[in-house]
Design a binder for this molecule. Sequence first.
Ligand code: SF4
Length: 377
Amino acid sequence: MSFSDYLKQFDFLKFVPLIENSTAADVEKIVEKRSIDIYDFAVLLSNSAERFLPALAAKARSYTIRRFGKTMSFYAPLYLSNECDNLCVYCGYHNARRIERVTLSLEQVRSEVQKIKEIGFDSILLLTGESPKKADVNYIKDCVKIAKEYFTYVALEVYPMSSENYQTLSEAGASGLTVYQETYDKEVYKKMHLKGAKSDYQYRLDTPERAFIGGLRKVGIGALLGLSDWRYEALHLALHIDYLRKKYWRQEVSLSFPRINPVTSSFKIPNPVTDKEMIHLISVMRIYLDDVPFFISTRERADFRDKLVELAVTHISAGSKTTPGGYAIKTEAQGQFDVSDKRELKEMISIIRTKGYDPVIKDWDVNFMGVFGDYNG
Ligand code: SF4
């Protein structure tokens, strides 16, 4: 059964009144519950739940500490290439924009990786735009191998591939993949992705599954917040995670909360998500998914990230550069989005410690790989 088949088991008409018409009394009953189902989750997404935000946030915080302790894991993104064949209207890298395009040579990748290691990271996320010709699987594989010489944990955020290609990358040393559906709303998806392989909604939707089949150990999903109604994105994300966790129970699913931070001023965000709504979303997600790692990037402002750290986030980036070669080589290439929180790793670690959290630099899970057998099949 695919995720699309799984979704068919649910009558979406049942969710609409729960999200749109639930009353404060409906919400109050659910706030008291110890664990919630997907219908309760829909009620907690309603407007009426907003007045319970302090209670929801307190619950989310206590669930996070109970499951993860007071810890915060750090990672660094490294953009390998800003070449892209797609036209996603919200993105600074899209194909119709005349910007300097760069794909790092393997030598440059090594310099970048060495620099990031020197800064103090042990987890790295390798990113590309979506141009399989300019950054093919063999190139990505070689980059993974270089990164693996320095880092315990190597993850990818690259164009969707076949499970065979994911297997190649997994064998080269990659452990994780991040792939955002961007929006689960098919109509909005069509309007936002005008050209290139990414216009294929279904192929993207099935990507997390192909990554797991290919042997990657961790897959992170997310919706680009601001494209469509965040409440319906949240519902689909929760169902997607439920599906993946039931089927690939030996692997790990995580969730990111990317909020649009466009480079192009001409793009008008269709459904802006406020800070308050972000806190609502993340709190309710944590109450429903109490053991799923949550990621937040430097798209968010420093003061807001500090709040989220104490709410439910478990993994953050720091000192991120969104240009290929941004750490050591300093190319003139443009970034994918503007980094809001510019604080470096050292500063972030000291802030985390002040809040009573332990920074986690090394991913110890990698040491257990193989102990529990092959993830494939
Ligand atoms: S969002 Fe990704 S696929 Fe779309 S234009 Fe930007 S880099 Fe390319």
